[in-house]
Design a protein. Structure first.
Length: 489
């Protein structure tokens, strides 16, 4: 579990700069709360200047990913004409966040990295109710994805990997070691492991489930008697299609609640190559996928004490050249119950924006490279798929405190890099190069423009309070496309 940094300086971000696109100037004015992000960015003032416009059906959100040298926000035009058509009204009116427009689709032909079918299960487990939580999880796996008003299940979607939230079947917010001790499990043994094995065999997919782990290591003598030495971890168990344990990751950066009972894990456990069959046949050829694992607070600065721009987790993803990032989460929201209810089935975008912020190095380095970031000459696209598997609902807080509320908003995204398409005369098109920093000056002649196009794709995103399946087939067109541009110098 985690949430905003402690005691952040709350602030309201207001953007009102003109955007010039397709020879029409538009003015955006958004007022969104980014307390934790604004606090850190204004504190460091060292991030490069980028801006992203997110096009979402029926809504438009702004995502700030950088400040200027004086801490002032800037706005930049998106490159993709398709995104222009969705994000801005053709009637030259000021866009509303409820503006509905045809949503652009972007097909990514990726022959180098393996395409995948991925699912997460977002639900609201009850604290300490393992049997009830297992029943609810099984129900949602049978009909938790609503398509066209009809609920379908994992057996129809056929994911290759299913990811559950942090401490998925026990609940998260235990106030002490004494409170969580009855629910501790040895790795590969216990209710969570049994459920994961059975689910993996039933649906023939890998399963990742968060659970509280106890490790027994040797004995020591206390008062002349032998006693077992135990260490406790907030862990993520990964089992294969046959129910065999593949990996056991232990949370490295602990949130305050974890610190009451758990020890820090070894960061070296955060990477593994997972083997995926290329077809449903048992003896079919397989592909190894470089995978990074994290649990919630792992993506934050260590203990909220290291610099925001240390990017510990994101840099490990870069160093390992991971194609898949698995994040099991119990991420809190700073919104109250009434504010969550007012979202009316929508995602909690402040939380999602912050998650994207924590992977800034992936975006920045891909934007800055003049050659293929992955180090080869392939002309096909490259991508890093990131899975945010969060939970929903609420749990009681410590005695005398309010309940804790979870942000939901599970999502499956990818940061992509692909060669920019040349025009008929062999030059990179003006639309691909971007159009400047919000002024009337055309920056399309930027000689430093990268020959690679960087975007963020999103195949699925859950609402903040919803329970169900979040699913992505990365061979299919994404539901959302985030267009990025590099700031002019």
């Amino acid at each position: 579990m985690t949430g905003p940094p402690p005691n952040p300086t709350a602030g309201v971000l207001s953007l009102a700069k003109p955007i010039r696109t397709n020879n029409i100037t538009y003015r955006l004015s958004f007022n969104r709360r980014y307390p934790s992000v604004c606090y850190y960015l204004h504190k460091t003032k060292k991030l490069p200047v980028y801006f992203v416009i997110i096009a979402i059906p029926k809504q438009i959100y702004s995502l700030l990913t950088g400040f200027g040298q004086q801490g002032r926000p800037f706005v930049f035009t998106i490159r993709s004409p398709a995104i222009h058509s969705a994000a801005f009204s053709t009637q030259r009116r000021r866009p509303s966040k409820y503006h509905s427009a045809p949503f652009p689709v972007l097909r990514i032909d990726d022959q180098q990295h393996r395409e995948m079918r991925i699912a997460t299960l977002q639900f609201a487990p009850k604290l300490g109710d393992i049997e009830g939580n297992i029943r609810r999880a099984n129900e949602l796996l049978q009909n938790g994805k609503v398509l066209g008003g009809v609920g379908i299940g994992i057996d129809v979607l056929k994911p290759e990997i299913l990811i559950l939230p942090e401490l998925a079947l026990t609940g998260y917010n235990f106030p002490s070691l004494e409170a969580i001790k009855p629910y501790l499990e040895s790795a590969g043994k216990g209710p969570s492991a049994t459920w994961a094995r059975n689910t993996a065999r039933r649906y023939q997919c890998k399963v990742c489930v968060g659970y509280p782990e106890v490790e027994e290591a040797g004995t020591s003598q206390v008062d002349g008697s032998n006693s077992q030495q135990e260490t406790y971890y907030n862990s993520l168990l990964v089992v294969d299609e046959n129910g065999e344990v593949l990996h056991n990751y232990r949370k490295t950066f602990l949130y305050y609640t974890d610190e009451t009972w758990a020890a820090e894990g070894d960061v070296k456990r955060g990477f593994r190559e997972l083997t995926f069959r290329n077809s449903q046949k048992q003896n079919s050829p397989s592909t190894n996928v470089a995978t990074s694992f994290g649990i919630c607070m792992d993506i934050n600065p260590y203990k909220f004490q290291t610099p925001f721009t240390a990017w510990e987790f994101a840099n490990r993803v870069l160093d390992s050249k991971s194609q898949l990032v698995v994040l099991s989460m119990a991420w809190l929201t700073s919104l109250g119950r009434e504010e969550l209810d007012a979202l009316a089935g929508e995602p909690e975008m402040d939380t999602f924006n912050y998650w994207i912020q924590r992977f800034w190095p992936l975006i920045k380095k891909r934007l800055r490279h003049e050659v293929n970031f992955d180090g080869d000459d392939a002309e096909s696209g490259k991508k890093t798929v990131i899975v945010f598997a969060n939970r929903a609902g609420e749990e009681p807080g410590p005695e005398g405190t309010n309940p804790v509320l979870y942000a939901g908003t599970s999502a499956i995204i990818a940061v992509t890099q692909r060669p920019r398409c040349p025009s008929a005369d062999g030059e990179t098109s003006a639309a691909d190069k971007g159009s400047g920093n919000g002024s009337d000056e055309d920056e399309s002649g930027d000689k430093d423009a990268s020959p690679f196009d960087v975007k963020i794709l999103c195949w699925d995103m859950m609402a903040a309070t919803a329970e169900g399946i979040c699913f992505a087939d990365t061979t299919m067109d994404p539901k959302m496309v985030f267009g990025l541009v590099k700031a002019s110098r």
